[in-house]
Design a protein around this ligand. Sequence first.
Ligand code: NAP
Length: 338
Amino acid sequence: MKAVGFTRSLPSSDSESLIDFDAPMPVASGHDLLVEVKAVSVNPVDYRVRRDMGPGNLGTRILGYDAAGIVTAVGSDCRLFKVGDEVYYAGELMRQGSNSQFHLVDERIVGHKPASLSWADTAAMPLTLITAWEGLFEQLRIRRDGSDSGKVLLILGGAGGVGSIMTQLAKHAGLTVITTASRPESVAQCLHYGADLVLDHTQDLKAQLAAAGHTSVHWIFSCAELDGYFTLATELLAPFGGLCTIVAPNKPVDLGLFKIKALRYSHEFMFTRSMFRMAEMIEQHTLLDAAAALFDDGTLRSTRAQTLGVINAANLRKAHAQLETTHTLGKLVLEGWG
Ligand SMILES: NC(=O)c1ccc[n+]([C@@H]2O[C@H](COP(=O)([O-])OP(=O)(O)OC[C@H]3O[C@@H](n4cnc5c(N)ncnc54)[C@H](OP(=O)(O)O)[C@@H]3O)[C@@H](O)[C@H]2O)c1
């Protein structure tokens, strides 16, 4: 089968950084589904793994996390899916990835594809959707039933993959959503997905909030490097508020600052459940199915911004290079095998 992989860490501008190759056909066993991959999307984790593997020959590692496709075989322990089902998922960090014509994935982290979305629009969603959902409803403990309606969420970095779906989920929960963006296109992207107010993260956020009549916020979700924002967060958060980040701080943070207001600090890492084989990894199956219903009733919209062509090394290198700018809007997708 066709696959795209890498053997050593090289810059995305190097034609050897991702390569097309023939891989053996995988065989489903246990909880695994064998999925015929129709479309994939690319996330910052793809370039981080490619870039950070260091020197030396790794064998050929297949990258790719997000995928949408059709189940072609099931392992003997599978109970949730059957051959022919259309699915979407974000995969696991340490296994061979979805940039291959056929891919093995544990059914407990797979959802049924939203019937109303195309393959490309579906493939755009799983990793950022799981991250945003777990971050809001598990880490920050925001209630989905509307009982936190009117409370204020600040999303640092609202126009990227995670911010674009998080804004939609938070609006559906009834929150007032303030995002940040630094360019006219990214401001427009935030407003398109429902942000109530967009601040410029290159300028003084506290002053911009005050000018808009907000002296504090209930929650902050950081889709960006936290170092420049941590002290500010302690000032802006209301008592009993919470800060959740998906980007690990580069410098130590002083959690003592969180004591007086009884603030909560948490990390969201969407691979934790599968990495530690947690019993509740099936929560991601449940979450993806619940979100599929929200796509199908029109509550949520795909955040696919561009389809860069078929799934091959040249197009994936373009996607990696674009994401490495850290100024991408929404999601980049590749579809079909050419
Ligand atoms: N822990 C997890 O499970 C998890 C999951 C997904 C992603 N992540 C990480 O979270 C980060 C965001 O992921 P993503 O998929 O949303 O990335 P992305 O799509 O590449 O994000 C791009 C956005 O980031 C904004 N941005 C750039 N610099 C910023 C800054 N200093 N402050 C605020 N926003 C800034 C940009 O806005 P402007 O262009 O307007 O500046 C752009 O719209 C990445 O570092 C990724 O690796 C972690």
